[in-house]
Design a protein around this ligand. Structure first.
Ligand SMILES: Nc1ncnc2c1ncn2[C@@H]1O[C@H](COP(=O)(O)OP(=O)(O)OP(=O)(O)O)[C@@H](O)[C@H]1O
Length: 577
């Protein structure tokens, strides 16, 4: 049968070719984190030891180090190999590799934080400084390095600090030039699960409950004016201290919430009267909590509730992008409103409906133990790179900003004005009931749609599994045919021997001594030969024979009289030796 690698469908499709320059697509980057130390010690390193391992040149891209299931095979492609331990028995020893192609860039384990910034974030920051809004979302399983990528450490600053540095360097450079000076504002919040509900927590203030409004703005969110990278970074560090994290079996400091940072730039024009203007371009960076398996995290109780919330949010986020892609493929298909099913997706609605530009960075772990998570993420997210941006809503940058307390004051005033207006007609109990039913219907419809999409995904996964099963059966059929052929071959050789070479030699008379010596010659135990000689009297020479079978073995058929009951193990009057 052909090797599985050849049979496995390479998920290259149309994404492998670079999109035409005019057509903008959703950029999807893939960052492969290095193997954690214990895994490197188990397999990902030559046996020669730690010191020598350092001296070794880094493995070539195509080479697959032991203990690793994912390697970069090109600037935009990776190969994912099923670990031997996960292959069913009869597939062991073969390789089953899938190729995922078309990423905007694959960032291998030795990439530095600066490499990531240059490739992933720099274009977004340039656009932001040019007046366009953008979003970067880091997604991936727990422990894959999302928080490391987004925030980094003091020694290895991540995308947020590097972005702030670039923004203020650019601001300093533009000072004195023709450009009007800009003001920058920063906000930082997390969406977490408390009890059965989702909650927004401001990470820059102690404000109690924040409310996500219909317009996807957050009521009560604090926005702080920032004037230097250093100030902004220390603000972010303080915010990070407030963020909800906990130790799980998969990550000693696992994020238990979706964390969102927004930086807003406003031109300080002469006619800009407001102390705290609400227009401008917005750069949003989201560090999602990593989808996790109960088995890997060992979560129980409230941790498990959090885990369900995290997984649900990831699922809804994925459904929104899937729906956008389906809608773009077939415009007649209405764009499903999955975003309504989680707070994060409600907040990011403009991006998830393709009105604003988003960039994804997928974080993955390359270890064999992480195969299932890595494979799931790659299959789920690689189609997203086909999402196109055709009609970006640039004007919305000026009107639908995530408003601050100040802007919200205006909203509140408007509301109050509304309250003072004469009451509209009284709603009857029947109408209220009707509204309630229609709301429930809508919720059920959304739920059904979400389930339907998940089921469709599952069905297509099962189809892939069935296909590989069919291939397996085909292999088996071939094996069976080969075995049958071998068996027929043997049978025909056997009958040939019987007919020609090994004609039975009838023996007319055999004395006990002859029998004993004949048996001796075929190396039977002397004890047995003795017993046969002593206890049996040869009586019927016609019924006895000796011949040599096709394997070269002498077969003696001897009738005994009386039956050698002492050796009832033979159970018959004839013995076949
Ligand atoms: N590229 C990298 N280089 C070195 N260490 C890394 C890298 N990526 C991740 N790590 C380390 O791996 C551990 C887990 O990373 P991190 O907390 O960023 O994962 P995560 O994806 O945010 O997980 P979760 O979803 O559970 O919050 C951290 O100790 C981090 O420092």
């Amino acid at each position: 049968p052909p090797p599985a690698a050849a049979a496995a469908p390479a998920l290259t499709s149309s994404t492998s070719s670079q999109p035409a320059a005019a057509e903008e697509r959703l950029k999807v980057y893939l960052r492969i984190r290095p193997l954690p130390a214990p895994e490197r010690e188990r397999g990902g390193r030559p046996a020669a030891g730690r010191a020598r391992a350092k001296e070794q040149p880094p493995p070539k891209k195509q080479q697959q180090p032991p203990g690793v299931c994912l390697v970069a095979t090109g600037p935009g492609s990776v190969a994912l190999t099923v670990p031997q331990a996960k292959l069913v028995d009869h597939r062991r020893g073969r390789t089953a590799t899938e190729v995922f192609d078309g990423f905007s860039a694959v960032l291998p384990p030795d990439s530095s934080q600066n490499d990531i910034f240059t490739q992933v974030m720099n274009p977004l920051v340039d656009e932001f400084l040019g007046g366009k809004s953008g979003l970067l979302v880091a997604m991936g399983p727990t422990g894959s390095g999302k928080t490391h990528t987004v925030f980094g450490t003091a020694r290895n600053p991540g995308l947020v600090p590097l972005t702030l540095q670039k923004i203020f360097t650019a601001a300093d450079e533009s000072e004195g030039g023709n450009q009007s000076p800009r003001l920058f504002y920063l906000s930082m919040f997390e969406i977490l699960c408390e009890g059965k509900g989702e909650r927004i927590l401001d990470l820059l203030s102690d404000a109690a409950e924040l409310v996500l409004q219909q317009s996807a703005t957050i009521k009560g969110l604090k926005e702080v004016a920032i004037s230097s990278a250093m100030d902004a970074e220390s603000l972010v560090s303080r915010g990070m201290l407030k963020r909800s994290t906990a130790a799980t079996d998969a990550n000693s400091e696992s994020s238990r919430s979706q964390c969102i940072i927004t930086i807003r730039a406003v031109h300080k024009t002469v006619d800009q009267k407001s102390e705290h203007p609400t227009s401008g371009s917005v750069l949003t960076i989201a560090d999602l909590a990593g989808a996790e398996r109960k088995k890997n995290t060992g979560n129980k109780g409230s941790r498990l509730l959090e885990s369900n919330f995290i997984n649900n949010t990831s699922m809804v986020f994925g459904l929104c992008l899937r729906a956008l892609l389906d809608h773009q493929k077939n415009q007649k298909k209405t764009l499903e409103k999955h975003f309504k099913n989680s707070m994060l997706t409600r907040y990011l609605k403009d991006y998830l409906e393709g009105r604003k530009k988003m960039t994804l960075i997928l974080n993955v772990k390359p270890g064999e133990d992480d195969y299932a998570d890595t494979s799931y993420l790659l299959r789920q997210a690689s189609p997203y790179m086909k999402i196109r941006y055709t009609s970006l809503d640039e004007s919305s940058d000026l009107v639908s900003q995530k408003r601050t307390n100040v802007s919200l004051v205006c909203q509140e005033n408007k509301k109050r004005r509304k309250v003072n207006k004469p009451e509209p007609e009284v709603v009857t109990a029947e109408e209220k009931e009707l509204q309630r039913v229609s709301r429930s219907e809508q919720i059920m419809k959304n739920l059904f749609n979400a389930l339907w999409t998940v089921s469709k995904q599952k069905i297509s996964e099962s189809e892939v599994a069935a296909k590989s099963m069919r291939e397996l059966l085909k292999d088996k059929d071939i094996e069976i045919l080969e075995l049958k052929k071998e068996l027929d071959d043997l049978k025909s050789r056997c009958s040939h021997v019987k007919q020609n070479d090994a004609a039975s030699i009838a023996i007319s008379s055999v004395s006990q001594t002859d029998l004993a010596s004949a048996l001796d010659n075929v190396h039977l135990s002397t004890e047995l030969v003795q017993k046969i000689s002593e206890e049996s009297t040869y009586s019927d020479p016609e019924m006895s024979s000796a011949y040599r079978d096709m394997t070269g073995l002498y077969v003696f058929t001897v009738n005994m009289s009386p039956p050698i009951s002492a050796h009832s193990c033979f159970g018959s009057e004839s013995i076949f030796l």
